[in-house]
Ligand binder design. Structure first.
Ligand code: DGL
Length: 272
C-alpha cells in the first residue's frame, strides 16, 4: 500500500476530467493536480516546446512526492510521451492516447471514428496510427480545433454559448459528413463541453472521454505493484495552477460541482 498522492497535469483545466473520474473510481487516492494555464494552449506550440513544458510539469509534480503520473493532456502525450516515460521510469506514467484509442475501437459499431483534438495532437498522427493498429479497417476522420481550448479556459463551456457554438459548427461539419458513430474527445478539455458537442453535432454519437480513459490504466499499474492507497487512509487533494486561480476555480466549480478555491494555489514552476 502506498498513500502518497497521484500527480496529474494538463495545460489548464482539461485534466479535471481525469480528476473527476479518479474521485469516482478511487475515492481513497490523494492527488496533486497541476494546470499550466499561464501557458495554455499547448496545442499551437512546437513539439520541442511541448516536450520542454511537459517534462517540467512532471518534475514539478515529482517535487511534490507523487507515486504515479497521469499525463492528462493529449497534446503532451502525443508529443512528449517517450521523454516522460524515460524521465519517470521508476513510477507508473500513463498518457491518454493508448487507453482512449482502445476505448474508441471498443465502442464503435460502424468503424467510422472521428478524432477531434488540438493542432499539435492531430499533427502528430498518433491517434490515427494507434486506432489503425487496433482496427485496420477503421475510417478515421481527424479534425484540429484550435479555438476550443482558449474558449474553454475562458469559461465558454455552456451549451448555447454563441462563440462556442460557432466554433463547434465549423469543426463538427466534417464529423457529421463522415457519419462517425464515435467521436473521440482527444483533448481533455472537450468533455467539459460534451453537451454542446452533441447539440451541434445533431446526431447520436458515442463520445469518448480521454481524461477519464487514462485513469483505469494508472490504477491498474499501481495495483500491480501494491501501490494503491490503504482503505481509510487520510486523503488529500491539491490543485495548482501557474496562471489565474480565479479562472481555474470557476471552470472547476462548473465541472466538479464544488468550490475548490481553498484547495488551489498559484505556483511558480519556472526553473523547476
Ligand atoms: N487538454 C489539452 C489536451 O488534451 C489541451 C492542450 C492545449 O492547451 O492546447 O490536449
Amino acid at each position: 500500500m502506498d498513500n502518497r498522492p497521484i500527480g496529474i497535469f494538463d495545460s489548464g483545466v482539461g485534466g479535471l476530467t481525469a480528476v473527476r473520474r479518479l474521485i469516482l473510481d478511487a475515492p481513497n487516492e490523494s492527488f496533486v493536480y497541476f494546470g499550466d494555464n499561464l501557458r495554455a494552449p499547448y496545442g499551437d506550440r512546437t513539439p520541442e516546446d511541448i516536450r520542454f513544458l511537459s517534462r517540467r510539469n512532471a518534475r514539478f509534480l515529482r517535487s511534490r512526492g507523487v507515486k504515479a503520473l497521469i499525463i492528462a493532456c493529449n497534446t503532451s502525450t502525443a508529443n512528449a510521451m517517450a521523454e516522460l516515460s524515460g524521465d519517470n521510469a521508476d513510477i507508473p506514467a500513463v498518457g491518454t492516447v493508448a487507453p482512449t484509442a482502445a476505448e474508441a475501437v471498443r465502442v464503435t459499431a460502424s468503424g467510422r471514428i472521428a478524432v477531434i483534438a488540438t493542432t499539435a495532437t492531430i499533427r502528430s498522427g498518433l491517434y490515427e496510427r494507434t486506432i489503425r493498429a487496433l482496427a485496420p479497417d477503421a475510417a478515421v476522420t481527424s479534425v484540429s480545433c484550435p479555438k476550443l481550448v482558449p474558449l474553454i479556459e475562458s469559461g465558454h463551456i455552456d451549451r448555447g454559448d454563441p462563440a462556442l457554438t460557432a466554433a463547434l459548427r465549423e469543426y463538427l461539419a466534417p464529423v457529421a459528413a463522415a457519419g462517425a458513430d464515435t467521436v473521440v474527445l482527444a483533448c481533455t478539455h472537450y468533455p467539459l463541453i460534451s453537451d454542446a458537442v452533441l447539440d451541434v453535432l445533431g446526431r447520436p454519437a458515442a463520445l469518448v472521454d480521454s481524461g477519464a480513459a487514462c485513469v483505469g490504466e494508472v490504477l491498474a499499474r499501481l495495483a500491480e505493484r501494491d501501490g494503491l492507497a490503504a482503505p481509510g487512509a487520510a486523503r488529500s487533494e491539491r490543485f495548482c495552477c501557474s496562471g489565474s486561480a480565479d479562472g481555474f476555480t470557476a471552470v472547476a466549480r462548473a465541472f466538479l460541482g464544488r468550490d475548490i478555491a481553498a484547495l488551489t494555489e498559484r505556483v511558480d514552476v519556472e526553473g523547476v
